[in-house]
Design a protein around this ligand. Structure first.
Ligand code: GLN
Ligand code: ZN
Length: 761
């Protein structure tokens, strides 16, 4: 059997692309130098795939920022404001991605959203009145030719027009249906050009097909593809799906003139059933996603080969594939020299998954039971892992209803907290982290390398905390934070302090743009062994009369931003983590911390893509896990939570059900649409809809912020609203942060004055 991958990580073995791009942003290298580094990375990645005997090697999976943004640019979907900046193509591209503030103008970045059920974020294409979809760029052709020039024949990949139109934001009277024709024409032109260049096939990704689709969606999908497929120009078209199954459109898919169809057999619960029930046409290739592209565990060959046998019983024409792009796993296990073999033998990262695919290719053609490769894989799954903690398992088993419920209702708590905290209306705060300067990172790195003692390390962190508190007092914020200088990452930090976790050195995964995260790995049962954040919070609290928020990451985010075990249900892992974080909450409270923020930035990450599964398969236990964390605190302790980057509208009731006292949201990039959802759903929790975008270096003026707050107050009562940026400040510089926060406080103070004076009169 042949094999294929859908996409490969582009960031580089040692995040070369990140560092080069950031140098370019700082004007330290030229655009030609950046292009050259990108070219080298692509070449290395193609070579790796070739060496691993991958048959269908993708091209155009590279991106400087995001593939959907690449597609928008390729199709000429660039809003006027960006075109009018008059920048060169690369800078215009980065202006769309990151916003632009300079001599050519001042524009915000495009909105950014979570890519389906992953922790990757895509840039939302924006369609305005002047949109004129047509083929405008050459990236997909250039990269195909580039691979060819080094002797590698590739399969160009591109996201499909249907997914594009469904994910785009419409800032005009046009709708997706109105653009079906021009977008089909653009793809036809792409096929034509690729065919002229000698490409044999193209992979068109339509991940939106694994979500709930209605009749209109299906007819739009058919309309687009009937037209494209009638004009293939001799090139084979592979329709690729991932992150689920295509139950709503399977029959349409197999009856359209695709040459190959890629289905996900890992997350696609119904994929096997679909092909068994409806058959699979003999004239099409089935790209069977059987190697998990999202998790880091080794593939269980016995199970996979058995699955492949079932698939082969339906069709012979099968190519073995990963379930989705390998973008979602770290680059290579070769980087992990500090982990024992007992641990790493269970893992496969992107490069190792290439080997798995090629081994599976071979095994699928032989009587594999006796092969050494098969036997050594088998032993990994049969040997006991020694990762159980009976106390933890018992604690989870004996949880009762009252563990999940605070003993005073939220509305009553609000009164109690009002008296205890004495905050002004529209209290100002931040989401937790402050800029991670070179000095801050250096301190952590030195401690990690063993160059300084723990007490030297802590003393330095206390210096940072001290100046952070001073800075916040000078700015005039109402609820302060300690700044999170001890954390590289909100999940890794907690993982490092919990038993049951395993850490990698370089297992970075792209989150958005050049930003990567290093998810820790849940290897065994989770337990907190000692307090994690208490001493820093208590220290910060001792420096000021203002309240300092304790800052924790919630169980669902810890779970969703870790690589989870596959041998126990997710709900059980969630409750284990919740119990560990509950210990921390109670210790903070006992140490006198009056406000505790438990971040659930990634609550939506694992939300099932299909509506029917959302509660039964996820929310029912996820929301409970959060409630478990604060179920035992006193009514006067104010519990905050924070969430970012996603459309919350559809789970707004569930968010209210988390029973937090205050929640801050990312909102500025989505133009405060969240505020309407809060209003329409009669949201009960007090809220801080982020009033400016921290993912961009742009400094909002006080006037701009005044108008944002006024807009919020048109929809939400003043006594429910908090004023804060939309996320943590760790990726920003000190100067821009100080300016932005000064403007934030200025804006809040101004509004308090005008509104309250007005009310008094
Ligand atoms: N408290 C975290 C911070 O401020 C939250 C980060 C996040 O939401 N991604 O960095
Ligand atoms: Zn956030």
């Amino acid at each position: 059997m042949k094999n294929s991958i859908i996409g490969f990580p582009r960031i580089g073995k040692s995040r070369e692309l990140k560092f080069a791009s950031e140098k370019y942003f700082r004007n330290e290298i030229s655009c030609d130098e950046l292009y050259e580094i990108a070219r080298q990375l692509r070449a290395e990645h193609w070579e790796l795939q070739k060496m691993a005997n991958i048959n269908y090697i993708p091209s155009n999976d590279f991106s400087f920022y995001d593939n959907l943004l690449d597609l928008a640019v390729l199709l000429g979907v660039v809003p006027k404001a960006y075109r009018e900046l008059g920048l060169n193509p690369l800078d215009e591209y980065f202006a769309l991605a990151r916003g632009y503030q300079g001599k050519n103008g001042d524009v915000k970045a495009l909105a950014m959203k979570k890519w389906f059920n992953t922790n990757y974020h895509y840039m939302v294409p924006e369609i305005d009145d002047e949109v004129n979809i047509k083929l405008c760029g050459t990236k997909i052709f250039d990269e195909y030719l580039e691979a060819k020039s080094i002797g590698i024949e590739t399969k160009p990949v591109i996201t499909g027009g249907f997914t594009f139109l469904k994910l785009a934001k419409y800032k005009c009277c046009k709708q997706a249906e109105d653009l079906a024709d021009p977008i089909s024409d653009a793809y036809i032109e792409i096929l034509e050009r690729l065919s002229q260049l000698g490409a044999e096939c193209i992979q068109i990704d339509e991940p939106i097909l694994v979500t709930d689709l209605d009749k209109c969606d299906i007819s739009l999908f058919k309309k687009i593809y009937q037209k494209i497929l009638a004009n293939k120009n001799g090139i084979k078209v592979i329709l690729q799906t991932y992150f689920g199954d295509v139950r709503d459109v399977y029959n349409e898919l197999i009856s359209l003139d695709f040459d190959g169809i890629g289905l996900d057999f890992v997350e696609g619960e119904k994929s096997l059933e679909l092909i068994e029930k409806h058959g699979f046409p003999t004239n099409k290739i089935l790209f069977a996603g059987v190697v998990n592209g999202k998790n880091i565990w080794k593939n269980d060959y016995a199970k996979t080969l058995e699955l492949l046998n079932k698939i082969k019983a339906v069709t012979d024409n099968v190519v073995i594939s990963a379930s989705c792009s390998l973008l979602h796993v770290p680059f290579t296990l070769e980087n992990e020299t500090n982990l024992p073999n007992e641990v790493t033998k269970h893992f496969a990262f992107a490069v190792e998954k290439l080997t798995e695919l090629s081994e599976l290719s071979r095994l699928s053609e032989i009587d594999y039971e006796n092969s050494d490769v098969f036997k050594s894989n088998r032993s990994i799954f049969l040997d006991p892992r020694g990762n159980a903690d009976m106390d933890v398992q018992r604690a989870v088993d004996s949880l009762k209803d009252e563990d999940f419920t605070r003993n005073v209702k939220r509305s009553e708590r609000k009164q109690i907290q009002k008296e205890a905290l004495k905050l002004p209306v529209l209290p100002t705060t931040t989401i937790g982290s402050f800029p991670q300067t070179a000095e801050v990172k250096h301190n952590r790195a030195r401690f990690k390398r063993g160059e300084i003692t723990e007490s030297e390390y802590r003393a330095k962190n206390e210096e940072f905390i001290k100046s952070c508190i001073e800075l916040q007092e000078n700015i005039g914020l109402d609820v302060l934070v300690h700044g999170e200088y001890e954390r590289n990452d909100m999940v890794e930090f907690f993982g490092e302090n919990l038993a049951g976790y395993v850490f990698t050195d370089k297992a970075w995964v792209q989150s958005y743009g050049t930003r990567c995260v290093k998810p820790p790995i849940i290897f065994g049962d989770i337990k907190r062994e000692k307090p994690i954040t208490v001493s820093y919070s208590v220290y910060a609290d001792s420096l000021t009369d203002k309240p300092v928020k304790g800052m924790l990451t919630g169980p669902i985010t810890i779970l969703n931003w870790s690589f989870p075990r596959e041998d126990v249900p997710l709900s059980e892992i969630a409750y284990q983590i919740a119990l560990a974080i509950r210990d921390e909450v109670l210790d903070l409270e006992a140490a006198g911390i009056k406000i505790i923020q438990i971040d659930e930035a990634a609550l939506k990450e694992k939300l099932p893509l299909r509506r029917a599964d959302r509660h039964s398969k996820y929310l029912d236990w996820a929301i409970k896990a959060f409630r478990l964390v604060h179920g035992k605190v006193k009514p006067e302790t104010q519990i905050h939570t924070h969430m970012c980057y996603s459309e919350f509208d559809e789970i707004i009731k569930d968010i209210d059900d988390m029973d937090a006292d205050v929640i801050s949201f990312e909102a500025s990039r989505s133009n405060l649409s969240i505020v309407d959802a809060l209003k329409n759903n009669n949201f009960q929790t007090d809220v801080g809809p982020g009033i400016y975008d921290i993912h961009s270096p742009r400094v909002p003026s006080a006037d701009e912020l005044v108008s944002v707050i006024n807009k919020i107050l048109e929809k939400l009562p003043m006594d429910k609203v908090w004023i804060n940026p939309d996320c943590g400040l760790k990726t920003r510089g000190v100067e821009e942060t100080t300016k932005s926060l000064n403007n934030l406080v200025k804006a809040a103070v101004h509004i308090r004055k005008t509104r309250l004076t007005y009310a008094e009169n």
